[in-house]
Write a protein that binds this ligand. Structure first.
Ligand code: FAD
Length: 448
């Protein structure tokens, strides 16, 4: 018999990724009764198959590149021999440690292991147990998408890639978005021959075109080949077991041959069973429909993170969960980054978006090449580009390609979220010297 008291709480959270576990832990720490339901590992995609494992591999890639240029910095290391098995083992150890931390921070929640499904009355069932609460937060995340082309099953996904202990000699990456580029950058450092095939005319479709183009040229110098404007039509297995990716190029059908194919064409929402019966609407693309407070079409039930498809980023998921619980957060100012070598990051409007929305704008730029810290680090390639309102001088967007771009963009996020001007960054705020942040300041000073 179910224990009714045990199963009634103040809040039910389905999914222990960043959209779910952080808010569950915080609410429980504040004394609320929280039921947190997870069918797999605590930490979700972000910790187990996403942000953290890839950043571990990015760190290994960066160590290889640093070691390869160590002699320039006065350190003779001899031959650099990348060891992917050790990099993968380190990645798994970091993930396991952080998973323990998630277990510790959620210890005040009633953590239920199993698959949650909705019942028509809005309660939530796991096996034979039924759970109820005045507020339910769905944070069930997403899974890799795949192209509907013949032979798609011959490709591996990012989930599969992160289970590998050795790397193929050559890999064709389908998709030049954030995930495809991070893996391409990692593999190139480990000596894999990488070809990225992108459908659009330029990689990283949501990013500023100038930044994306520059990033492509910088990664190309590390022997990654890019094919853009190419629609993949099939993946074939060759007699020797290798793969052939057939695509429609500018001159007709062409193909790339490689030992393996990584499919990195985006992600699809994962949703619990029983949503329709419980009156929770899902759109044609499988995303749970939400209003600005993240409430679904059933009052009291909220959907945050990848499952609502608004912005598939870990920090967007956590921020949306806070909004669902009543916090006042600027969800329209969310930075995003690609952690390849070098990094690229953006926040706010691109010039393309400003044009499409009929918003007047001007841009200003500064190069890392003129920055003392970047030169000292030996990473002086890249730029900071600001988009601002010519009348009010309010900052509208910031686009960076270069060292530590993902960290640097936070200053611009702060400025945009607080309606600050380029002059706040360029004049009012003193930036330390020598720091990379001086490039952001220089870009702001160029705003005339
Ligand atoms: P998830 O993290 O996917 O968590 C959902 C959880 O719900 C899962 O644990 C799942 O098991 C559970 N679940 C699903 N259905 C049920 C059910 N019915 N019952 C019980 N439990 C259920 N984002 C960044 O911001 N920065 C990055 O650097 C970054 N790198 C990435 C790299 C890769 C390779 C990938 C794939 C993603 C990356 N992301 C990154 C995206 C980020 O991982 C996601 O945006 C984030 O994890 C979404 O959080 P979430 O809580 O919505 O869902």
């Amino acid at each position: 018999m179910p224990d009714t008291d045990m199963n009634t709480s103040d809040l039910i959270v389905i999914g222990a990724g960043p959209g779910g576990y952080e808010i569950a832990a915080r609410q429980a720490a504040e004394g609320r009764a929280v039921t947190l339901i997870e069918r797999a590992d605590l930490g979700g995609t972000c910790l187990n198959r996403g942000c953290i494992p890839t950043k571990c591999l990015c760190a290994s890639a960066s160590a290889i590149l640093q070691a390869a240029s160590a002699a320039d910095f006065g350190v003779e290391l001899g031959e650099v021999r990348p060891d992917y098995a050790r990099a993968a083992a380190r990645m798994r150890a970091v993930v396991a440690g952080l998973r323990d931390d998630v277990a510790a921070v959620t210890s005040k929640c009633n953590v239920v292991r199993g698959e949650a499904r909705f019942l028509p009355d809005g309660t939530v069932a796991v096996g034979d147990e039924v759970y109820s609460a005045p507020k339910v937060l769905i944070a069930t995340g997403s899974k890799p998408a795949t192209l509907p082309v013949p032979g798609a099953e011959l490709a591996i996904t990012s989930d599969d890639f992160l289970c590998l202990d050795s790397l193929p000699q050559s890999v064709a990456v389908i998709g030049g978005g954030v995930i495809g580029l991070e893996f391409a950058s990692i593999m190139a450092a480990f000596g894999v021959q990488v070809t990225v095939i992108e459908y659009c005319k330029e990689i990283l479709p949501p990013f500023d075109r100038e930044v994306a183009k520059r990033l492509r040229s910088m990664i190309s110098r590390r022997s990654v080949k890019f094919i853009v404007g190419a629609a993949v039509t099939a993946i074939e297995e060759m007699p020797d077991g290798r793969r052939r990716v057939v695509y429609q190029g500018k001159k007709g059908p062409e193909a790339v041959e490689a030992d393996a194919v990584l499919m990195a064409v985006g992600r699809r929402p994962v949703i619990p069973e029983g949503l329709a019966e419980a009156g929770i609407e899902v759109d044609a693309r499988g995303r749970i429909v939400t209003d600005d407070t993240m409430q679904t079409t059933r009052p009291g039930v909220y959907a945050v993170g990848d499952c609502n498809g608004r912005m598939m980023l870990a920090h967007a998921a956590s921020a949306q969960a806070e909004v669902a619980l009543g916090a006042d957060i600027r969800l329209d100012v969310i930075p995003s980054a690609v952690f390849c070598e070098p990094e690229a990051a953006m926040v706010g409007l691109t010039t393309e978006q400003a044009e499409a929305q009929g918003i007047a704008y001007k841009t200003s730029k500064a190069m890392f090449a003129a920055n003392g810290k970047a030169r000292a680090m030996g990473h002086a390639d890249g730029l900071v580009k600001l988009v601002y309102d010519p009348e009010t001088r309010r900052l509208l967007g910031c686009h960076i390609v270069g060292p530590h771009a993902a960290d640097l963009v936070t200053e611009a996020a702060m400025a945009i979220a607080t309606d600050s001007t380029v002059d706040t960054i360029g004049t009012t705020v003193v930036h330390g010297h020598p720091t990379l942040s001086e490039v952001v300041k220089s870009a702001a000073r160029q705003a005339r």
